[in-house]
Each structure stands twice: as structure tokens, then as C-alpha cells.
Design a protein around this ligand. Structure first.
Ligand code: ATP
Ligand code: MG
Length: 1024
């Protein structure tokens, strides 16, 4: 809460801002007497004040002809943005009805709504109730200025999560004055009929249901008991967004399926909820009345139904409860209403129970009105011996009437990481970024709503790490979480802010150091009570329950204050480490020195942290720390020594990028190349070029890759870097291999393997340990590359020998090389047509790659697993998955093996008669040839030949087959030759029996039994 501080310090807070202006004010003033203008202004101000405060906003400023209203001060709420939009609509509506004078001037407004961070301080006579500063205010005002007469323009940020409550035009991108990037905006026309957030989500489509089986089973047992005639009452509580409503929804379907009459009612925090609303909803359901329908018709329905039930005596009460006659609901006095309501509802329930058991599901009970609470108590007593099951959903810490005797009490816990993974994979089915799951799970703390919202705001066009780094916390969550922390009393709130600066996890000792005069124990107890933090007993510490809570609270700490706390924490940590009270703390020190603005020390500690992580093969962590070190160094002026230090850090970082290649890494390495040239550091250049060569290899740019690898080779020879030279033989060999230059590939790989075998055995020239894994791992890599050459050619025996040796080296090491070797193995098995084994190897690779965050390997292995599965079961799901994986690889510009994958996909589409797609992917494979990548070309020509045959174009078919043969022949690819011969035999009708018989033999010799069988089938058919 924004305390009305006399110090005028102010706070950082996320709010929704409404800017409304009167249209044609100047021309009106020009033509009108000033006194009348003043009178109009006053009426408008009064009207605006009423409307804004009705929607829980405050007017922070009045201009000549406009208002600035803020929603979220002094107490932020989860639906601030929705309130701001509602207020704008209502203001416009009321203003339209204003008649000012007889001049014919029509009063209209134009408004803008935006949500975002502002700096708010208590105002004064000059500035109004609050003084609010920030880009969010400017944006709202700019939106208002683009809004035409009587229009409400709402930014995407404000609209997020509130879409379903309103009717709006499709979104548009606006280039607002003074803004660099375009702003997404909506033109909101009116309210929609949607009432609750859950309803809103239902409209957008619910995420498939995950987990909660134990809870659902217990609830189902309650329903079953109720059906036997035992009244049941289950209380379901949990944090906001944890999934209460969703579970009730699941239960609703199940109850309805079992033939029960399901009645649901929910309470609302918004607007003036009529008393008894949840029960009124249930009543409307009993009679099947729509809120929007005609009153007279509804009354008739009710009357008939009551007559049918012989309950005419209660007609008046029920009709008036439903506001269908007489006094409208909610205005009757409580005792009378309670007594009469109950007198009418009791018999109605009783009558309904005679027909079927009832499930009454009441949601959002934390907002229930007092009358509803009393009615619930009465009903539970009344139904004790009747077939009624009442389930009440509410947020945790909702006070419960002690007189309510629940037969079941459930508290929903956050999702496990596995459940989070399921939700994420359902929300981002096409996404294979494997690093996201654990990061999102941590930030969301396993809260499904947080997960959904976070996933929704992940940028589609960015990859995992980058996307996470730029993850913008959606306004819906800002509001929800701020609303929770805003309720805290001052002390725990201050403590929480300090804790947020310390980190996700914070020890009591550090809190004590940094927390001035706050009474620690009681404040901590309150934070635990509120469910904002959790104890970490084994380290005598606490942690934020949700990562984003920390981020949002951190965002609310003033900048100078943040720096001060970071500085204090860093110093306290340094002292504790020096006094040996704490173990080495380089990560935390790097983080806090960075936060305090001490980039020098931040860089030092981040590099140390990187070294530590690298030594334990924590590749991701090492990469992150080195990157942090580089970014810290970027803040410092660099002399020659500084530049050498920068290069050293980048070289260490690059060493950790090998298994998680991404486009932006190229730019850093190119900059390193420029700096290394400038200070004439050939060793650094050699390493940079090597890494650039590797990245271009993974992106499938083989020409560039070769260029860099060759340059690296020359430089490494010049500086006598033997270790790098050993590595470069393999690097060159692998690029020659994928670009189809098999002789050169074999030559380089043989040499690389020989040298590495020596090094792995410790007999080669001595030098420092390679940064990623030991020499044995690199040796395994070289063997794998050679296996690929042999597999391409069709010598699977040799390929297998190398692969088995490579696998025996990496198996069980949990080194990122393990999934890499496995994924290569799966490609080899796919070439051979060993589908079951291919599937197993690819799946195994996927699992390990997911664990180790190697997303490229995960992507290619997913493709192989899906292809193998499709070969086995021909299911359309498998084919869809294959296409998703290939699209994903493509969208992330991973070009390595993509043309092989294109070939697989083209074949699959051709065989399933999806001819356009088959052609498209075959074309893509052929386009890769121009980029030095012939891997999928032969298969692509075969697919085009088959497509031609389908069109009965034998000439074109033969042309494509000829192209396939030629490609295979020039490179002496026995496997491709045999496959092309098979294709040609399948297309020839009838196939020549003896040539097909030879093919059976060729495939058998190649150790491609699945294809041998296919040829044998053809031979049998030819003989008939
Ligand atoms: N078991 C689940 N499987 C898949 N999605 C879920 C599950 N539980 C919840 N969600 C999703 O998470 C979001 C939040 O869930 P829900 O609205 O049920 O939370 P809630 O506990 O009712 O929150 P509130 O206290 O704010 O009402 C919803 O969009 C819902 O679809
Ligand atoms: Mg709910």
C-alpha cells in the first residue's frame, strides 16, 4: 500500500492509468460563455469523480478538459486494468447522456488506458491526491490522443487477461508520438457478458486438465456418498490461481455425467454484487433462466415450474429473489430475507432431491456476502440427510464459520515440476525449448495461473534463454501479486522487500544484517502465514514461494534502496566468507556487486563462479556466469589489459556455448574477433574462429564454417596451440562430412581420432584440460563424426563400431556429449531403417538433452523419434510431431541435419498423399544443396519422382530418378543408390523381378533389413 508518507519518498508500483479528454473543448469554449463552460467542467468533474471512485480508482489530476485517473492506489488489486476500462466505458456512456445547453453541443470524451510501472508519491494541493510519474502515464495520454471521438483505446498491456470482459476491435499496432517501438492497442467498444475470470478463460479455451487426481478422487467420493443420501460439505482452498475453479469445473462435468443436478454459483470481487448472488445463480439454473432474457417470460417459467412442484405458496418469495417481481434482490433486510429465503429454498431443494442428487458448487467464497454465508450455514444443516453435496472453493486464509462442519477439507498445493512440464508442453506444444520448464516452474512456483500467464508472455520469436531473460511479467500477475503483498503490514512488507534484494533464497543471518530495525521473527512469521515464503530448514533459510513474487517485489524497491541493500549484502557476505563463516559465495557476490553498481568486483566474482561451475560441468550455469562477467566488464572502460581480460572471459564463455548454440552468440564472437585483431592476440583469434566455425556448422552454414575452421587452423599452427589443433582436425572433418566431401572428411577425422586417442590415453603433447569435458569426450565426438561419414556412404558396420566405442565412453556420464552421441546414433539407425532402435536412441537422447538443456540436440532427436514412430505406427500424431520438430529447428535456424529431416518429412508426406507438403519439403531439401548441404537431396529427388509418377508424368519421374542416381553415384553412396533403385522399381509397373531380387540382396548386405523386406515384398508381387 502506498502509505501517505510525509517524507514524500514515494513508491514504485504497477497501476492502470486512464486518461480521458473532452472532445472539441476549445471550439466549445470559444463559442460559449465562460460561466457555462465552467458549469460543464464542473458537471464533468463530478461525474468523473463518481464513476472513477465507483470502479475503485482515484482521480490524480484534473486538466482543463480532461482527467487522469489511476487504478491501484493506494491498494493495488488484481483487476485494476479491468476496472480502468470499465470506468472509461461508463464515463463515456454517462457523458453521452449529458445535455449541456441548447447550443446543440454534444459532449463526448476520448480515452486511453494503459497499465504499467509508475512512481507515485502522495500529492499536495498543487499536484492532487497523488503525483504519478512514469512512461505508463505518457502512454495512456498518447493513447487518449489517438482515440477518436467517443473512443476508448486500450493498450495490449492493460487488455491482457481482460480481453474476454469486453467487446473490442482486433488489435492494432500504433506508432505513438515519442515512442520508439509500436504499441499494441485495442479499440474497446463495450462490455461483453462475461462475469468471472474463469469464464473469461473458458472463452479463450482452457488448458487441458493436468494432475490433481488425488483431490478429484476425494471429491468424487463425496459426490458418491451424497448420492447415497448423505449430505456432504467439502471445502476447497488454495492460493489465487492454484486451480480451485478448474478443479470445480472438472468436478462439475463428472457430477453431470453421473446424472446429478449440478448447480454452480460464484461470488465476485467486482462491482456491487447483489446479496445472495451465488444462490441466485443456482436458482436461475434450476429454472433455466438467462440473465439477458425477458422478465415476463422468466416469471412465467418460474410460476409454471413451481406449480408443477406444488410449491405455489413460495412463488412470491422466489420471484422477488430473482428480481422478477416486486422488490429487487439484495435490498430486502437481512433477517427477513434469510428467513423467507430459506423458507422458500428449503422445500425447493427437497423437491429437487426427490428427482436426483444435487451437486452445489460455490466458488470464490472469499468474496461471499454475509447473507450468502448465513444461507450456506442453513443449507448445510438442512441437507445433512439429503442427497446433496456442497463444494465450496475459496482462497486460502478465508475465515470459515466454525459452525460449518465439513466432511472434507482440501488445500490445493502447487504443481510438481512434472505437472508444470505437462502444462507448459500443452501450452507450447510446438516448442521444444527444453531449458524453459525448470525456469518457468521456479518462477511460477508451480502455480498454474502464473504458469499460463508466464508462458503466454514468452516471446514467440526468441529462444529459451533470451526469451526468459526478456520475459515481461504480465499485468495480470503484477496486479494479483501486488494485491497480495500490498495487504501486508509495514514491517513484513519492508522485510519482504529486503529479502527480494537478497535473492530467491535468503538466510536469516543476511536478513538480520540488512533489515535495520524490523522485528525479524514476527515479520517472518507473518510472511510464512501469508504463504509468500517457505522455510528451507536444511540451510536455516527461507525462499520465495514463487520466483515472480520476488521479481515483482524487487521491482517495487526503489533504485537507490536496492543499491544500498545489494552493497550491504555483498559486504556482509564478503566478511562472512573471509571469516570462514560461509563457504565460497562467488555467485551471490557477483550478483550483489552487480546490483550495487560495483562492476569491477562483480566481474571478478562472476568469472570465479563460472570457473567453479565449469569445473563441475554445470554448463548452463557456467555460461550464465561468464556472460554476467562479460556484461559487467562491458560497463567498465577497458585498457589493453582490460581487453585481454574481456577476451579471456569470452573465450571461457564460448567454451560453454558448444552444447547450447544460439544466434546471438555469433555477434559476441565477432566482436571478440575484432578486439583480438586490435590487440594482436592470435591465440584468442584462433579460439574465436574455432567457435565461430562450430556455430556456423550447427546453423548449417557450411561454407562459413569451413572458412572459420581453416582460419583457426592456420592461427593455431602459428601460435603452436596443440590442443586446439587436435580439436580442429575433427572440426574440419565434421564440416567436410556434412557437406558431402567424404574423402577429406575421413582423412581429417582419422587424424583427429588418432591424435585424440593419444591425448585421451595421456600420451600426446601435454597442455591444459579442455573446457568442456575431458579429452575422452572429445574423442567420442570425433568417433561419432566418423561414424556419420560411414553411415552416409552406407558402411554401417564401420559406423556401428565407432558409435559403440563412443557410446561406451559417454554412457552414464551425464555429460552433454552423451545425448549428442545418442542423437547421432538415432540418425544412423534411421538411415538403416532400424525404427525401433532409432526410436529408443532418439527418446533416450531427448530425455538427456532435456535434462542438460541441450535444445539443439533435443530438437533433432525429437524429429528422429517422431519419424521412427511414424514408420512404426503410421500415426498422424507422429507425423505432426515430426513436422513440429522440423519447423522448430527451422525457426531456430538450426541447419545441421535439417536437410536430412526435410527428406524424411517429404517422404512421409508423399506416402500419406499430402502432396503439396511433400513437394514443399523436398524443395527445401534441394534448396539446401546450394548452401553446400546435400544431405537430403537424394531423398528429395526420389520424392519428386514419386510425385511425378502420381501425376503420370514418367519423363519428369525419370529425370528426378536420374538426378538422384547421379548424386548418389558421384559420392559413391551405396545406401542412396540402393534406395533409389528401390524407388525406381516401385514406380516401374510391373517391377522387373530379377532386379528386385538383387536389391533384396543389396539391402541385406548393407544391413538394412527393413528395406530388404520392402524389396522382397515387391519381388513377391512381381512374381505373381
Ligand atoms: N489442473 C489443471 N490443469 C490445467 N490447467 C489448470 C489446472 N488448474 C488450473 N489451471 C489453469 O490455471 C488457471 C487458474 O486456475 P483457476 O482459475 O482454477 O485458479 P483459482 O484457484 O480458481 O484462482 P482464484 O483464486 O484466482 O479464483 C486457469 O486458467 C486454469 O485453466
Ligand atoms: Mg477461481
Amino acid at each position: 500500500m502506498l502509505e501517505r508518507d510525509t517524507s514524500g519518498e514515494g513508491q514504485r508500483v504497477h497501476v492502470a492509468v486512464l486518461f480521458s479528454d473532452l472532445c472539441d473543448y476549445s471550439s466549445y469554449s470559444e463559442l460559449t460563455d465562460p460561466e457555462e463552460v465552467d458549469s460543464l467542467k464542473r458537471s464533468l468533474e463530478e461525474l468523473a469523480a463518481r464513476v472513477v471512485s465507483k470502479h475503485h480508482g482515484v482521480i490524480t489530476q484534473l486538466y482543463g478538459d480532461g482527467i487522469l485517473a489511476v487504478f491501484g492506489l493506494p491498494v493495488p488489486a488484481e483487476d485494476d486494468a479491468r476496472r480502468a476500462i470499465e470506468a472509461a466505458l461508463e464515463l463515456h456512456e454517462r457523458v453521452r447522456q449529458l445535455i449541456v445547453d441548447d447550443s446543440g453541443f454534444e459532449v463526448r470524451m476520448h480515452s486511453g488506458v494503459h497499465a504499467g510501472l509508475v512512481f507515485a508519491r502522495a500529492g499536495d494541493a498543487l499536484h492532487g491526491q497523488y503525483e504519478v510519474t512514469g512512461d505508463a502515464v505518457n502512454t495512456a495520454s498518447r493513447l487518449a490522443s489517438v482515440a477518436a471521438r467517443d473512443q476508448v483505446v486500450v493498450s495490449g498491456d492493460a487488455m491482457r487477461g481482460a480481453e474476454a470482459f469486453f467487446v473490442s476491435e482486433p488489435s492494432m499496432e500504433l506508432q505513438l508520438k515519442g515512442k520508439r517501438s509500436p504499441v499494441l492497442a485495442y479499440l474497446v467498444r463495450s462490455r461483453s457478458g462475461v462475469q468471472t475470470r474463469f469464464e473469461a478463460r473458458m472463452q479463450a479455451g482452457l488448458t487441458p486438465y493436468v494432475g490433481r487426481t488425488r483431490e478429484l478422487d476425494s471429491l468424487l467420493r463425496e459426490l458418491a456418498e451424497a448420492r447415497k443420501g448423505q449430505g456432504r460439505l467439502a471445502l476447497l482452498s488454495g492460493a489465487p490461481g492454484i486451480g480451485k475453479t478448474r478443479l470445480l469445473e472438472e468436478l462439475r462435468t463428472r457430477a453431470a455425467d453421473s446424472g446429478m443436478l449440478v448447480l454452480s454459483g460464484s461470488c465476485d470481487s467486482y462491482g456491487e454484487m447483489p446479496a445472495l448472488e451465488p444462490f441466485l445463480q443456482a436458482l436461475r439454473q434450476i429454472f433455466g433462466i438467462q440473465r439477458s432474457g425477458s422478465t415476463a417470460e422468466a416469471a412465467a417459467v418460474v410460476e409454471n415450474r413451481l406449480a408443477e412442484y406444488e410449491l405455489d405458496a413460495h412463488k412470491d418469495v422466489i420471484l422477488s429473489l430473482l428480481a422478477l417481481r416486486g422488490a429487487s434482490s439484495g435490498v430486502v433486510s437481512v433477517p427477513i430475507a434469510l428467513a423467507t429465503t430459506f423458507r422458500a429454498m428449503g422445500p425447493l431443494i427437497e423437491r429437487l432431491c426427490e428427482e436426483t442428487a444435487i451437486a452445489l458448487l460455490l466458488d470464490d467464497w472469499q468474496w461471499a456476502d454475509p447473507l450468502s454465508k448465513q444461507v450456506l450455514l442453513r443449507i448445510t444443516r438442512f441437507v445433512a440427510k439429503r442427497p446433496v453435496c456442497i463444494v465450496v472453493g475459496m482462497r486460502e486464509s478465508t475465515p470459515i464459520d466454525p459452525r460449518l462442519h465439513a466432511t472434507l477439507t482440501l488445500n490445493l498445493e502447487p504443481f510438481s515440476i512434472e505437472e508444470s512440464r505437462q502444462v507448459i508442453s500443452r501450452l507450447r506444444a510446438h516448442d521444444l525449448d527444453v531449458g524453459l520448464t525448470s525456469a518457468l516452474h521456479e518462477r511460477s512456483g508451480g502455480n498454474p495461473l502464473y504458469l499460463e500467464e508466464l508462458v503466454g508472455s514468452l516471446s514467440e520469436d526468441l529462444r529459451g534463454e533470451q526469451s526468459l531473460a526478456r520475459l515481461h511479467i504480465p499485468n495480470t500477475l503484477q496486479g494479483l501479486i501486488q494485491a497480495r503483498t500490498a495487504r501486508l503490514p509495514a514491517d513484513p512488507k519492508r522485510l519482504l522487500q529486503r529479502a527480494s534484494v537478497i535473492g530467491l533464497e535468503f538466510s536469516e543471518a543476511l536478513l538480520a544484517d540488512a533489515s535495520d530495525s524490523v522485528p525479524l521473527q514476527s515479520a517472518l512469521a507473518q510472511l510464512l502465514e501469508e504463504g509468500l515464503i517457505l522455510p528451507v530448514a536444511e540451510r536455516n533459510a527461507f525462499r520465495f514461494k514463487h520466483g515472480i513474487t520476488r521479481e515483482i517485489v524487487y521491482g517495487s524497491v526503489r533504485i537507490a534502496e536496492r543499491r544500498r541493500i545489494h552493497h550491504e549484502v555483498a559486504n556482509a557476505l564478503e566478511q562472512k566468507v573471509a571469516a570462514r563463516e560461509l563457504m565460497e559465495q562467488s555467485e551471490a557476490l557477483a550478483f550483489h556487486f552487480q546490483g550495487s553498481g560495483d562492476h569491477e568486483r562483480a566481474a571478478t566474482y562472476a568469472e570465479q563462479a563460472g570457473d567453479k561451475a565449469a569445473a563441475s560441468s554445470f554448463i548452463d550455469a557456467a555460461r550464465r556466469h561468464y556472460e554476467a562477467a562479460r556484461l559487467a566488464l562491458d560497463q567498465l572502460p577497458l585498457d589493453a589489459a582490460g581487453k585481454r581480460r574481456w577476451l579471456r572471459v569470452v573465450s571461457k564463455w564460448a567454451g560453454q556455448c558448444a552444447y547450447a548454440p544460439s544466434r546471438p552468440q555469433l555477434a559476441v564472437l565477432e566482436r571478440a574477433e575484432a578486439i583480438a585483431c586490435e590487440i594482436r592476440d592470435d591465440r584468442a583469434r584462433a579460439h574465436n574462429s574455432h567457435m565461430l566455425g562450430w556455430l556456423h556448422y550447427v546453423f548449417g552454414n557450411y561454407t562459413e564454417s569451413l572458412e572459420h575452421a581453416r582460419r583457426a587452423f592456420t592461427l593455431a599452427e602459428k601460435v603452436q596451440d596443440h590442443r586446439l589443433l587436435v580439436q580442429l582436425w575433427t572440426s574440419l572433418g565434421q564440416v567436410y562430412s556434412v557437406s558431402g566431401q567424404y574423402e577429406l572428411a575421413r582423412e581429417h577425422l582419422d587424424r583427429g581420432i588418432e591424435l585424440k586417442r593419444d591425448r585421451a590415453a595421456g600420451t600426446g603433447p601435454r597442455s591444459s584440460r579442455p573446457p568442456t569435458g575431458g579429452p575422452a569426450v572429445l574423442y567420442a565426438h570425433a568417433l561419432t563424426c566418423r561414424a556419420m561419414v560411414n553411415a552416409d556412404i552406407g558402411d554401417f558396420r564401420l559406423a556401428d563400431r565407432d558409435l559403440q566405442e563412443a557410446l561406451s565412453i559417454v554412457a552414464g556420464t551425464s555429460h552433454a556429449m552423451e545425448p549428442s552421441v545418442l542423437s547421432h546414433h538415432s540418425i544412423v539407425l534411421a538411415r538403416q531403417g532400424h525404427w525401433a532402435r532409432c526410436f529408443d536412441a532418439a527418446k533416450h537422447a531427448c530425455r538427456l538433452a532435456a535434462r542438460l538443456n541441450s535444445d539443439f540436440v533435443f530438437g533433432i532427436s525429437s524429429a528422429m523419434a517422431s519419424y521412427a514412430q511414424w514408420r512404426v505406427d503410421a500415426s498422424s500424431e507422429a507425423l505432426t510431431q515430426l513436422r513440429n520438430a522440423v519447423d522448430w529447428l527451422e525457426s531456430h535456424q538450426f541447419g545441421l541435419y535439417i536437410s536430412f529431416a526435410y527428406g524424411c518429412l517429404a517422404e512421409a508426406f508423399e506416402e500419406t498423399a499430402q502432396l503439396e507438403l511433400a513437394r514443399d519439403y523436398a524443395q527445401r531439401a534441394l534448396e539446401r544443396v546450394a548452401r553446400g548441404d546435400p544431405q537430403g537431396a537424394v531423398a528429395a529427388h526420389r520424392v519428386l519422382a514419386r510425385l511425378a509418377a502420381r501425376r503420370r508424368d514418367p519423363a519428369e519421374g525419370e529425370r528426378q530418378l536420374q538426378a538422384a542416381r547421379e548424386l548418389a553415384r558421384t559420392r559413391n553412396l551405396r545406401r542412396e543408390l540402393a534406395l533409389t533403385a528401390l524407388c525406381s522399381a516401385e514406380l516401374a509397373q510391373p517391377a522387373a523381378a530379377d532386379s528386385v531380387q538383387t536389391l533384396v540382396q543389396s539391402f541385406t548386405e548393407l544391413d538394412m533389413p527393413w528395406y530388404a523386406e520392402r524389396a522382397a515384398r515387391l519381388a513377391r508381387a512381381a512374381q505373381k
